[in-house]
Design a protein around this ligand. Structure first.
Ligand SMILES: [Fe+2]
Length: 276
């Protein structure tokens, strides 16, 4: 028995999602809820505050240590608060973005390793994010890191979409979600084009708690997600390479044009005009 919908059946018929537009507890697709304002827009002042120990990620902070005892040295086996995680991630994200490299595989593996060390990855992060944003938000900068938790109802998910100018890594927290990844075959046409282009399926993964799915800035930049019979909860971490980083939805033919190579014909899903 399959818990999933038939292959490549569109689950929703909405507008393409734009990560920067995510808001608190917003339903980004039918049955897919992003937990309240959890995308980070960190300012330089905020990062400085974190690095100097003045951050406000209170709900994820470790318990107060006895001031008479020397602080414990961080080890590779120690657990990370969310603030620890960001402190480790930020300089690496900045280096990657500055390098303009399209090879982000090692970086994504590093993020996965750090995510697997989160003390409580399933803890609500919204309060920490809200307070942090309130305390430190700066005008103008698009910070390179974003993180959010997403709840997906049984059998629901996100149809095929890409991640223009950003990469991402997903860790399963609860339930299970099927995630398929695809490569563009060559350069796709402009987003307002109705021309057909091809994408190739490269992965078909079942993500359960503690397991990872990743997509690079170029590698396997397209995916779709469908939750299993008990739904799913996942933690997403994104790295943005440009201010215009966004997602665009695709329409796929039900059947591959090349079954053996799993190559599909696709077109961009056009935005629906809003009725006035
Ligand atoms: Fe995605």
């Amino acid at each position: 028995m399959s818990y999933f919908r038939p292959e490549h059946t569109p689950l929703v018929d909405g507008d393409p999602c734009v990560v920067e537009d995510l808001e608190q507890n917003i339903e980004v697709a039918d049955g897919v809820v992003v937990e309240r304002r959890s995308v980070l827009w960190l300012s330089v002042a905020a990062v400085t505050a974190m690095l100097t120990g003045n951050g406000s990620l209170r709900s994820q902070e470790p318990a107060q240590q006895d001031p008479k005892r020397p602080p414990k040295a961080a080890t590779t086996s120690s657990k990370l608060s969310f603030a620890d995680f960001l402190n480790q991630l930020l300089p690496q994200a900045r280096r990657l973005v500055d390098s303009k490299s399209e090879d982000d595989q090692a970086y994504l593996l590093t993020i996965a390793a750090a995510m697997s060390r989160l003390r409580d990855p399933n803890a609500p992060i919204r309060d920490a994010m809200r307070q942090f944003s309130k305390d430190h938000r700066n005008e103008g900068e698009r910070f390179p890191i974003g993180a959010m938790a997403m709840n997906i109802k049984a059998g629901r998910g996100l149809t095929h979409h890409d991640h223009l100018n950003y990469n991402g890594i997903i860790m399963g927290l609860e339930g299970e979600v099927r995630i398929r990844n695809y490569d563009f075959q060559g350069e796709p046409p402009a987003n307002d084009s109705t021309k057909t282009f091809q994408i190739r399926e490269t992965r078909d993964d079942l993500i359960k708690p503690g397991r990872f799915s990743s997509l690079g800035r170029k590698r396997e930049n397209i995916h779709d997600l469908v939750a299993g019979k008990d739904g799913a909860r996942v933690l997403d971490v994104f790295t943005f390479f440009a201010r215009n980083a966004t997602s665009r939805y695709l329409e796929l033919d039900d059947k591959p044009r090349d079954k053996e190579a799993r190559i599909y014909d696709a077109t961009w899903k056009q935005r629906r005009r809003r009725k006035r």
